[in-house]
Write a protein that binds this ligand. Structure first.
Ligand code: ADP
Length: 256
């Protein structure tokens, strides 16, 4: 606290008084920044061994397949699922730390968006396998963007579509290009989102509070990160949703 001014609220014909408190938040901001940097460093340190672990699990899996050892294949697929979950969380924490310290660096390259979408569908099967995932057909669309970060956006949106809908509900994902704008859409037939919540959905740590969502775990940072990443690409992100019917998340990127 640097300077505290407490007064009273009163007005007469010529003067208006107000009451208020002035607080120096420099220390608080520096602590937040230190916390964000610490989260970034720890996540980075954890990512390296986990990435190695993932590679070894894949290697062992190939070996077990050759041996036709179904027990080991089953056990490894469970380890693989948990390692991927941890890597997703770590990537989110890394991006969160980057967003909070103003350091979301884009490493742009040209790539085919449809290919990335197919890869993400494969990669997230461990979360979405019971859903019927449909990739809508489209022409090949090239974009100039940070492939890893767009991958993170797609992973977040696709896993949310699965998380917030019934186990067997369909999920549709597609991309289109009109003039210079590429639009990606992910549609689910899940819980849907009330209009009041839609306005706050992309804020950090915002989670919808309802009987249905209280059993579903999460940090409430996925959509905030999606918005930060898409805005850094000069794109837009939004959701069209109806409670009880489902949601369609859409984002745009400039085409190339
Ligand atoms: P998390 O899923 O970790 O809580 P997100 O930032 O990804 O965090 O999502 C914020 C909130 O938005 C979620 O808690 C959930 O209530 C709501 N939400 C996100 N995606 C969907 C979806 N596809 N259907 C319904 N609700 C959703």
């Amino acid at each position: 606290w640097l300077n505290v001014t407490a007064g009273f609220s009163e007005s007469d014909a010529s003067n208006t008084y107000f009451s208020g408190i002035v607080m120096d938040i420099t220390d608080q901001k520096q602590n937040d920044l230190r916390r964000s940097k610490f989260i970034g460093m720890v996540s980075h340190e954890l990512k390296t061994p986990l990435t190695a672990l993932k590679a070894y699990v894949q290697m062992l899996n190939n070996w077990a397949k050759k041996q036709k050892d179904n027990f080991t294949i089953g056990a490894l697929s469970k380890v693989d699922k948990q390692v991927r979950k941890m890597l997703n969380m770590i990537n989110s924490l890394l991006n969160l730390s980057g967003a909070e310290t103003g350091k979301i660096h884009l490493n742009k390259q040209n790539f085919t968006l449809n290919e990335l979408i197919s890869e993400v569908i494969e990669e997230t099967l461990f979360i979405t396998s019971s859903h019927h995932i449909v990739m809508l057909p489209s022409e090949l669309i090239n974009v100039n963007a940070d492939r890893e970060k767009i991958e993170q956006v797609l992973v977040n949106l696709l896993s949310n579509a699965a998380k917030y809908s019934d186990k067997t509900a369909p999920i549709e994902i597609g991309c289109t290009r009109i003039d210079d704008t590429v639009t990606v859409s992910i549609r689910d037939e899940g819980l849907g989102i009330a209009q009041d919540d839609i306005a706050k959905l992309f804020l950090p740590h915002y989670r919808v509070e309802s009987k249905e969502t209280e059993k579903i775990s999460g940090f409430g940072i996925g959509l905030y990160l999606c918005a930060e990443i898409i805005q850094r690409h000069q794109g837009e992100i939004w959701v069209e949703s109806e409670l009880g019917k489902g949601s369609t998340f859409k984002f745009t990127l400039p085409g190339c």
